[in-house]
Design a protein. Sequence first.
Length: 301
Amino acid sequence: MSNITVRVPATTANLGAGFDCLGAALTLYNEFQFSRIDSGLRITATGAEAKRVSLGSSNLVYQAFAKLYDRINQPVPAVQLDIKMEVPLARGLGSSATAIVGGLVGANELAGSPLSQLELAEFATEIEGHPDNVVPALIGGCRLAASGIDRAWEICDLAWHSSIVPIVAIPDFELSTAEARSVLPATYSRADAIFNASHLGLLIRGLETGNADWLKAALQDRIHQPYREKLIKGYDAVRTAAIGAGAYGMVISGAGSTVLALAHQEKAEAVNAAMEKAWIGLEVGVQVKSLAIDVQGTSVT
């Protein structure tokens, strides 16, 4: 192929207790078109925050693209990269994961698909540093990744009950992953480890069954959220509003600043409105979107 378009979904990672191992693909997308050219590199970007995207070799999509050719010991071809952005930057919706996955898949397709999907997932995880965003961005659905014995990662698909709606509230301020990680403690107590292990198990069953009581309890966490909440202006007020409108609970999406509420489909509209009202009341601009789980993952045309 000499001209392909790669469409990569946004993701929400952690979902509370699934810190650095659990994530889900959402129906919000970035698109990357790769076209062979005679020489050099040309990059264009359109959409929200496009002016902030590097148009040179430091572009994260292109860096991933080049890394794959280095991995397969082939020269990096001259290429034009056209980016269409819907996923906001530095908001906890996996924008960097879309770039890494998009670059790797684009390069793999142009090179004749030398790497399998699992090899791409492992390579993307190697670049990103953890699997919670890149794995669902590539494969779709809700995914749990754990280190393997005979291979780097074991990837498990998790059922997501059709009645559960993911609602993301995206404030107009950023929170970098580095800042969000800097507030985490170096060690945790045995009690906190047990708490998160039990709540991750309950979360998996709650997502599968749609059991309201299980979901309300399962969205608790002691590993990252208690330390990160203070970095997000209005977190407590928005969480109170979401639960008051009928949400099962609210968590930080990835490293933030976006927050994620889970609600029954019959409550989704009310939860959406309540979260928006709460943040606007704090004079914070926000976009609230009721989305769905993307089950396809990255697609190529």
